[in-house]
Write a protein that binds this ligand. Sequence first.
Ligand code: SF4
Length: 416
Amino acid sequence: MTILQDTPQQVRVIGEARLLAGLDHGRANLARHLWAHGEQPQLSRDAYTVLAEETGLRGRGGAGFPVALKLADLPQRGIEAVVVNGSESEPVSRKDRLLLTLAPHLVLDGATGLAHALGASKVLIAVHDATAAASLRAAVQERTTDENELRYRDDGLDIQIADTPGRFVAGEARAVLSILDGGPAVPPGRRTLPTRQGLRGRPTFLSNVETFAQLALLARLSSRQFAATGVRTEPGTQLLTIAGAVQRPGVLETPTGIPLDTVLQYAGADAGPVLLGGYHGRWLPRTDGVTLARPQVSAGIVLALGSATCPLGEVHRVAQWLADQSAGQCGPCLFGLGALVDDFSRLLQGDAAGWHDAQRHLGLVPGRGACAHPDGSARFLASALEVFAEDVRLHLTGGSCGRAVQGVLPVPGGGW
Ligand code: SF4
Protein backbone atom coordinates (compact mmCIF):
# COMPACT_ATOMS: atom_id res chain seq x y z
CA MET A 1 0.00 0.00 0.00
CA THR A 2 1.22 3.46 -0.80
CA ILE A 3 1.76 5.65 2.21
CA LEU A 4 1.83 9.38 1.59
CA GLN A 5 3.42 11.69 4.10
CA ASP A 6 3.80 15.46 4.09
CA THR A 7 5.99 17.47 6.41
CA PRO A 8 6.00 21.22 7.07
CA GLN A 9 9.27 21.56 5.09
CA GLN A 10 7.67 20.24 1.90
CA VAL A 11 9.71 17.06 2.31
CA ARG A 12 7.47 14.41 0.85
CA VAL A 13 7.58 10.65 0.66
CA ILE A 14 5.70 8.01 -1.29
CA GLY A 15 6.30 4.64 0.35
CA GLU A 16 9.07 4.16 2.91
CA ALA A 17 11.06 7.18 4.11
CA ARG A 18 14.76 6.31 4.02
CA LEU A 19 16.85 9.30 2.95
CA LEU A 20 14.26 11.65 4.42
CA ALA A 21 13.61 9.65 7.61
CA GLY A 22 13.59 11.74 10.78
CA LEU A 23 13.09 15.07 8.99
CA ASP A 24 9.45 15.59 9.99
CA HIS A 25 10.40 18.53 12.18
CA GLY A 26 13.16 19.96 10.00
CA ARG A 27 16.95 19.59 10.12
CA ALA A 28 18.24 16.44 11.81
CA ASN A 29 20.91 17.35 14.34
CA LEU A 30 23.27 14.57 15.41
CA ALA A 31 20.93 13.21 18.10
CA ARG A 32 17.95 13.11 15.74
CA HIS A 33 20.07 11.61 12.97
CA LEU A 34 21.22 8.78 15.27
CA TRP A 35 17.65 8.25 16.45
CA ALA A 36 16.44 7.91 12.85
CA HIS A 37 19.32 5.90 11.37
CA GLY A 38 21.43 4.43 14.19
CA GLU A 39 25.20 4.30 14.27
CA GLN A 40 27.27 4.23 11.08
CA PRO A 41 29.14 0.88 10.89
CA GLN A 42 32.76 0.90 9.69
CA LEU A 43 32.99 -1.22 6.53
CA SER A 44 35.92 -2.34 4.42
CA ARG A 45 36.43 -1.32 0.80
CA ASP A 46 35.49 -4.83 -0.30
CA ALA A 47 32.26 -4.66 1.70
CA TYR A 48 31.28 -1.36 0.02
CA THR A 49 32.10 -2.82 -3.39
CA VAL A 50 30.00 -5.93 -2.81
CA LEU A 51 27.04 -3.88 -1.52
CA ALA A 52 27.23 -1.47 -4.47
CA GLU A 53 27.48 -4.39 -6.90
CA GLU A 54 24.62 -6.36 -5.38
CA THR A 55 22.29 -3.36 -5.43
CA GLY A 56 23.45 -1.93 -8.77
CA LEU A 57 23.90 1.47 -7.10
CA ARG A 58 24.67 4.26 -9.57
CA GLY A 59 25.79 7.82 -8.97
CA ARG A 60 22.76 10.01 -8.36
CA GLY A 61 24.00 13.01 -10.35
CA GLY A 62 23.53 13.31 -14.10
CA ALA A 63 25.95 10.66 -15.39
CA GLY A 64 24.67 7.71 -13.32
CA PHE A 65 27.99 5.82 -13.36
CA PRO A 66 27.92 2.48 -11.42
CA VAL A 67 29.50 2.98 -7.98
CA ALA A 68 31.05 -0.52 -7.95
CA LEU A 69 32.89 0.20 -11.23
CA LYS A 70 34.16 3.51 -9.88
CA LEU A 71 35.48 1.76 -6.77
CA ALA A 72 37.09 -0.97 -8.89
CA ASP A 73 38.89 1.65 -10.99
CA LEU A 74 40.69 3.11 -7.97
CA PRO A 75 44.16 1.81 -7.09
CA GLN A 76 44.58 -0.13 -3.87
CA ARG A 77 46.67 2.64 -2.27
CA GLY A 78 47.38 6.33 -2.62
CA ILE A 79 43.81 7.64 -2.84
CA GLU A 80 43.94 11.37 -2.31
CA ALA A 81 40.41 12.19 -1.22
CA VAL A 82 36.73 11.53 -1.26
CA VAL A 83 34.90 14.45 -2.88
CA VAL A 84 31.20 15.15 -2.45
CA ASN A 85 29.90 17.14 -5.40
CA GLY A 86 27.17 19.34 -3.92
CA SER A 87 27.27 21.98 -6.64
CA GLU A 88 23.80 21.06 -7.94
CA SER A 89 24.10 23.57 -10.75
CA GLU A 90 21.07 22.26 -12.66
CA PRO A 91 18.60 25.14 -12.07
CA VAL A 92 15.57 22.95 -11.39
CA SER A 93 17.17 20.52 -8.96
CA ARG A 94 16.72 20.96 -5.21
CA LYS A 95 17.31 17.44 -3.88
CA ASP A 96 21.01 17.69 -3.03
CA ARG A 97 20.78 21.03 -1.25
CA LEU A 98 17.80 19.66 0.69
CA LEU A 99 19.84 16.66 1.83
CA LEU A 100 22.81 18.86 2.76
CA THR A 101 20.56 21.29 4.62
CA LEU A 102 18.25 18.86 6.44
CA ALA A 103 20.24 15.61 6.61
CA PRO A 104 23.92 16.69 6.66
CA HIS A 105 24.98 13.83 8.97
CA LEU A 106 23.70 11.19 6.54
CA VAL A 107 25.86 12.68 3.76
CA LEU A 108 28.85 13.00 6.11
CA ASP A 109 28.43 9.38 7.23
CA GLY A 110 28.52 8.19 3.63
CA ALA A 111 31.60 10.27 2.76
CA THR A 112 33.63 9.63 5.91
CA GLY A 113 32.73 5.92 5.98
CA LEU A 114 33.98 5.50 2.41
CA ALA A 115 37.08 7.63 3.06
CA HIS A 116 38.04 5.31 5.93
CA ALA A 117 37.42 2.25 3.78
CA LEU A 118 39.59 3.63 0.96
CA GLY A 119 42.36 4.91 3.22
CA ALA A 120 41.83 8.51 2.02
CA SER A 121 42.81 11.20 4.50
CA LYS A 122 40.53 13.98 3.18
CA VAL A 123 36.85 14.55 2.59
CA LEU A 124 36.03 17.63 0.53
CA ILE A 125 32.47 18.81 0.06
CA ALA A 126 31.85 21.32 -2.74
CA VAL A 127 28.70 23.38 -2.14
CA HIS A 128 27.41 26.57 -3.67
CA ASP A 129 24.27 27.06 -1.58
CA ALA A 130 24.96 29.17 1.53
CA THR A 131 22.27 27.54 3.72
CA ALA A 132 23.46 24.05 2.83
CA ALA A 133 27.09 25.02 3.55
CA ALA A 134 26.13 26.49 6.95
CA SER A 135 24.22 23.33 7.89
CA LEU A 136 27.19 21.16 6.92
CA ARG A 137 29.64 23.28 8.90
CA ALA A 138 27.35 23.04 11.94
CA ALA A 139 27.19 19.26 11.49
CA VAL A 140 30.98 18.92 11.37
CA GLN A 141 31.18 20.97 14.57
CA GLU A 142 28.52 18.80 16.24
CA ARG A 143 30.59 15.71 15.50
CA THR A 144 33.68 17.16 17.14
CA THR A 145 32.25 18.40 20.44
CA ASP A 146 33.73 16.76 23.55
CA GLU A 147 30.60 14.71 23.96
CA ASN A 148 30.81 13.19 20.47
CA GLU A 149 34.54 13.23 19.95
CA LEU A 150 35.10 9.58 20.79
CA ARG A 151 32.38 8.43 18.43
CA TYR A 152 33.37 10.78 15.61
CA ARG A 153 37.05 11.45 16.07
CA ASP A 154 37.40 10.26 12.45
CA ASP A 155 41.04 9.20 12.96
CA GLY A 156 42.53 12.43 11.74
CA LEU A 157 40.25 12.70 8.70
CA ASP A 158 40.44 16.23 7.29
CA ILE A 159 36.89 17.39 6.41
CA GLN A 160 36.69 20.58 4.33
CA ILE A 161 33.68 22.43 2.97
CA ALA A 162 34.42 24.49 -0.14
CA ASP A 163 32.17 27.14 -1.68
CA THR A 164 31.81 26.82 -5.45
CA PRO A 165 30.26 29.13 -8.08
CA GLY A 166 26.73 28.39 -9.31
CA ARG A 167 27.39 28.22 -13.07
CA PHE A 168 26.03 25.14 -14.84
CA VAL A 169 29.33 23.73 -16.06
CA ALA A 170 31.01 24.55 -12.71
CA GLY A 171 29.08 21.58 -11.31
CA GLU A 172 30.68 19.14 -13.77
CA ALA A 173 32.90 16.67 -11.88
CA ARG A 174 36.21 17.80 -13.40
CA ALA A 175 35.27 21.47 -13.04
CA VAL A 176 34.66 20.83 -9.33
CA LEU A 177 38.10 19.22 -9.01
CA SER A 178 39.65 22.19 -10.82
CA ILE A 179 38.00 24.60 -8.35
CA LEU A 180 39.14 22.54 -5.36
CA ASP A 181 42.69 22.63 -6.76
CA GLY A 182 42.52 26.42 -7.00
CA GLY A 183 41.94 26.47 -10.78
CA PRO A 184 39.17 27.91 -12.97
CA ALA A 185 35.55 26.76 -12.60
CA VAL A 186 35.48 24.99 -15.98
CA PRO A 187 36.13 21.41 -17.07
CA PRO A 188 39.72 20.92 -18.29
CA GLY A 189 40.11 20.58 -22.05
CA ARG A 190 40.83 16.84 -21.86
CA ARG A 191 38.56 14.07 -20.58
CA THR A 192 40.16 12.32 -17.59
CA LEU A 193 38.62 10.11 -14.94
CA PRO A 194 38.83 11.41 -11.35
CA THR A 195 39.58 7.82 -10.25
CA ARG A 196 42.86 8.08 -12.23
CA GLN A 197 43.61 11.79 -12.11
CA GLY A 198 41.55 13.70 -9.59
CA LEU A 199 42.44 16.11 -6.84
CA ARG A 200 46.08 17.25 -7.17
CA GLY A 201 46.32 14.84 -10.09
CA ARG A 202 45.88 11.84 -7.80
CA PRO A 203 43.19 9.12 -7.62
CA THR A 204 39.99 10.49 -6.12
CA PHE A 205 36.52 9.11 -5.48
CA LEU A 206 33.99 11.77 -6.49
CA SER A 207 30.23 11.47 -6.58
CA ASN A 208 27.17 13.55 -5.91
CA VAL A 209 25.45 14.21 -2.58
CA GLU A 210 22.63 11.69 -2.85
CA THR A 211 25.09 8.92 -3.73
CA PHE A 212 26.85 9.36 -0.38
CA ALA A 213 23.55 9.43 1.50
CA GLN A 214 22.64 6.17 -0.26
CA LEU A 215 26.01 4.67 0.74
CA ALA A 216 25.32 5.63 4.37
CA LEU A 217 22.00 3.77 4.19
CA LEU A 218 23.56 0.82 2.39
CA ALA A 219 26.25 0.48 5.06
CA ARG A 220 23.51 0.16 7.69
CA LEU A 221 21.21 -2.18 5.73
CA SER A 222 22.08 -5.48 4.11
CA SER A 223 21.72 -5.43 0.35
CA ARG A 224 18.60 -7.57 0.82
CA GLN A 225 16.97 -5.02 3.11
CA PHE A 226 18.08 -2.20 0.81
CA ALA A 227 16.45 -4.01 -2.14
CA ALA A 228 13.13 -4.51 -0.35
CA THR A 229 11.68 -1.66 -2.39
CA GLY A 230 12.19 -0.31 -5.91
CA VAL A 231 13.10 -1.97 -9.20
CA ARG A 232 15.29 -5.06 -9.40
CA THR A 233 18.03 -3.46 -11.52
CA GLU A 234 18.64 -0.54 -9.14
CA PRO A 235 16.53 -1.03 -6.04
CA GLY A 236 15.96 1.30 -3.11
CA THR A 237 14.55 4.78 -3.10
CA GLN A 238 15.37 7.96 -5.04
CA LEU A 239 14.93 11.68 -4.58
CA LEU A 240 12.99 13.56 -7.23
CA THR A 241 12.64 17.31 -7.63
CA ILE A 242 9.12 18.07 -8.83
CA ALA A 243 8.68 21.46 -10.50
CA GLY A 244 6.77 23.50 -13.08
CA ALA A 245 2.98 23.52 -13.47
CA VAL A 246 2.24 21.52 -10.30
CA GLN A 247 0.31 22.31 -7.15
CA ARG A 248 2.83 20.63 -4.87
CA PRO A 249 6.40 21.34 -5.98
CA GLY A 250 9.33 20.17 -3.90
CA VAL A 251 11.50 17.16 -3.22
CA LEU A 252 9.88 13.74 -3.13
CA GLU A 253 11.37 10.40 -2.02
CA THR A 254 9.92 7.42 -3.89
CA PRO A 255 10.84 3.83 -4.62
CA THR A 256 12.86 3.56 -7.82
CA GLY A 257 10.70 2.58 -10.79
CA ILE A 258 7.57 4.37 -9.58
CA PRO A 259 5.13 5.17 -12.43
CA LEU A 260 5.48 8.76 -13.62
CA ASP A 261 1.69 9.19 -13.64
CA THR A 262 1.57 8.37 -9.89
CA VAL A 263 4.09 11.12 -9.20
CA LEU A 264 2.29 13.63 -11.43
CA GLN A 265 -1.04 12.87 -9.82
CA TYR A 266 0.44 13.21 -6.35
CA ALA A 267 2.06 16.53 -7.25
CA GLY A 268 -1.18 17.86 -8.75
CA ALA A 269 0.38 18.42 -12.16
CA ASP A 270 -1.49 20.19 -14.95
CA ALA A 271 -2.02 18.14 -18.09
CA GLY A 272 0.72 18.69 -20.66
CA PRO A 273 4.23 17.67 -21.64
CA VAL A 274 6.80 16.58 -19.06
CA LEU A 275 10.56 17.09 -19.02
CA LEU A 276 12.60 14.34 -17.36
CA GLY A 277 16.19 14.89 -16.23
CA GLY A 278 16.41 18.70 -16.40
CA TYR A 279 18.05 20.85 -19.08
CA HIS A 280 20.25 17.98 -20.26
CA GLY A 281 17.24 15.67 -20.25
CA ARG A 282 14.40 14.83 -22.63
CA TRP A 283 10.81 15.84 -23.25
CA LEU A 284 8.33 12.99 -23.18
CA PRO A 285 5.70 12.58 -25.89
CA ARG A 286 3.42 10.82 -23.37
CA THR A 287 3.54 9.90 -19.68
CA ASP A 288 1.52 6.69 -19.43
CA GLY A 289 3.63 3.57 -19.09
CA VAL A 290 6.73 5.60 -18.10
CA THR A 291 8.48 4.54 -14.92
CA LEU A 292 11.02 6.64 -13.05
CA ALA A 293 14.41 4.99 -12.73
CA ARG A 294 17.82 5.68 -14.15
CA PRO A 295 18.83 6.51 -16.81
CA GLN A 296 15.51 8.14 -17.81
CA VAL A 297 15.35 10.27 -14.69
CA SER A 298 19.01 11.25 -14.44
CA ALA A 299 19.46 14.10 -11.92
CA GLY A 300 16.01 13.21 -10.54
CA ILE A 301 14.08 16.06 -12.16
CA VAL A 302 10.41 15.88 -13.18
CA LEU A 303 9.09 19.13 -14.65
CA ALA A 304 5.50 19.53 -15.83
CA LEU A 305 5.08 22.22 -18.49
CA GLY A 306 1.29 22.51 -18.37
CA SER A 307 -0.73 23.66 -21.37
CA ALA A 308 -0.92 27.44 -20.83
CA THR A 309 2.53 28.41 -22.06
CA CYS A 310 4.35 28.44 -25.42
CA PRO A 311 6.59 25.33 -25.32
CA LEU A 312 9.02 26.50 -28.00
CA GLY A 313 9.31 29.96 -26.43
CA GLU A 314 10.12 28.31 -23.09
CA VAL A 315 12.72 26.08 -24.74
CA HIS A 316 14.23 29.07 -26.54
CA ARG A 317 14.80 30.90 -23.20
CA VAL A 318 16.52 27.81 -21.79
CA ALA A 319 18.60 27.43 -24.99
CA GLN A 320 19.86 30.99 -24.54
CA TRP A 321 20.78 30.23 -20.93
CA LEU A 322 22.50 26.95 -21.91
CA ALA A 323 24.53 28.79 -24.56
CA ASP A 324 25.55 31.40 -21.97
CA GLN A 325 26.78 28.60 -19.70
CA SER A 326 29.35 27.35 -22.23
CA ALA A 327 32.83 27.74 -20.81
CA GLY A 328 33.83 29.03 -24.25
CA GLN A 329 36.82 26.75 -24.76
CA CYS A 330 35.44 24.29 -27.35
CA GLY A 331 34.26 25.63 -30.73
CA PRO A 332 31.31 23.26 -31.31
CA CYS A 333 29.95 24.20 -27.89
CA LEU A 334 30.59 27.95 -28.09
CA PHE A 335 29.44 28.46 -31.70
CA GLY A 336 27.04 25.51 -32.03
CA LEU A 337 24.86 26.40 -29.04
CA GLY A 338 24.85 30.06 -30.08
CA ALA A 339 23.72 29.07 -33.58
CA LEU A 340 20.93 26.92 -32.14
CA VAL A 341 19.61 29.87 -30.13
CA ASP A 342 19.40 31.84 -33.37
CA ASP A 343 17.75 28.91 -35.17
CA PHE A 344 15.05 28.61 -32.49
CA SER A 345 14.53 32.36 -32.53
CA ARG A 346 13.85 32.33 -36.30
CA LEU A 347 11.66 29.23 -36.01
CA LEU A 348 9.54 30.99 -33.36
CA GLN A 349 8.97 33.84 -35.80
CA GLY A 350 7.78 31.46 -38.51
CA ASP A 351 11.00 31.12 -40.54
CA ALA A 352 11.22 27.53 -41.86
CA ALA A 353 14.97 27.97 -42.46
CA GLY A 354 15.34 28.20 -38.67
CA TRP A 355 13.90 24.70 -38.31
CA HIS A 356 16.16 23.29 -41.06
CA ASP A 357 19.26 24.97 -39.60
CA ALA A 358 18.40 23.69 -36.13
CA GLN A 359 18.24 20.12 -37.46
CA ARG A 360 21.63 20.59 -39.13
CA HIS A 361 23.29 22.13 -36.06
CA LEU A 362 21.84 19.47 -33.76
CA GLY A 363 23.74 16.91 -35.82
CA LEU A 364 27.03 18.83 -35.53
CA VAL A 365 27.19 19.72 -31.82
CA PRO A 366 27.16 16.40 -29.89
CA GLY A 367 30.35 14.50 -29.07
CA ARG A 368 32.72 17.33 -29.89
CA GLY A 369 33.17 19.16 -26.60
CA ALA A 370 35.49 18.44 -23.70
CA CYS A 371 32.49 17.87 -21.43
CA ALA A 372 28.90 16.67 -21.77
CA HIS A 373 27.37 20.17 -21.91
CA PRO A 374 26.85 20.37 -25.69
CA ASP A 375 25.62 16.75 -25.85
CA GLY A 376 23.09 17.27 -23.07
CA SER A 377 21.93 20.61 -24.47
CA ALA A 378 21.48 19.11 -27.95
CA ARG A 379 19.50 16.20 -26.48
CA PHE A 380 17.15 18.64 -24.72
CA LEU A 381 16.63 20.78 -27.85
CA ALA A 382 16.26 17.82 -30.26
CA SER A 383 13.59 16.20 -28.08
CA ALA A 384 11.74 19.55 -27.95
CA LEU A 385 11.55 19.72 -31.76
CA GLU A 386 10.30 16.15 -31.84
CA VAL A 387 7.71 16.34 -29.05
CA PHE A 388 6.48 19.84 -29.93
CA ALA A 389 6.13 19.07 -33.66
CA GLU A 390 2.57 20.41 -33.70
CA ASP A 391 3.73 23.70 -32.09
CA VAL A 392 6.50 23.92 -34.70
CA ARG A 393 3.85 23.60 -37.39
CA LEU A 394 1.72 26.36 -35.78
CA HIS A 395 4.71 28.72 -35.57
CA LEU A 396 5.76 28.01 -39.15
CA THR A 397 2.27 28.49 -40.53
CA GLY A 398 1.02 31.39 -38.41
CA GLY A 399 4.12 32.78 -36.64
CA SER A 400 2.73 31.79 -33.22
CA CYS A 401 1.05 28.99 -31.28
CA GLY A 402 -1.22 31.60 -29.67
CA ARG A 403 0.23 31.26 -26.16
CA ALA A 404 2.56 33.65 -24.37
CA VAL A 405 5.73 32.45 -22.62
CA GLN A 406 4.96 32.14 -18.89
CA GLY A 407 8.42 31.24 -17.60
CA VAL A 408 7.42 27.77 -16.38
CA LEU A 409 10.99 26.61 -17.07
CA PRO A 410 13.11 28.44 -14.49
CA VAL A 411 16.24 30.17 -15.73
CA PRO A 412 18.61 31.77 -13.21
CA GLY A 413 18.51 35.53 -13.64
CA GLY A 414 15.68 35.08 -16.13
CA GLY A 415 13.45 37.63 -14.49
CA TRP A 416 10.58 35.28 -13.72
S1 SF4 B 1 32.11 21.51 -24.11
FE1 SF4 B 1 31.48 23.62 -23.65
S2 SF4 B 1 31.16 23.69 -21.46
FE2 SF4 B 1 32.28 21.80 -21.91
S3 SF4 B 1 34.43 22.32 -21.66
FE3 SF4 B 1 33.97 22.69 -23.81
S4 SF4 B 1 33.31 24.85 -23.95
FE4 SF4 B 1 33.30 24.26 -21.79
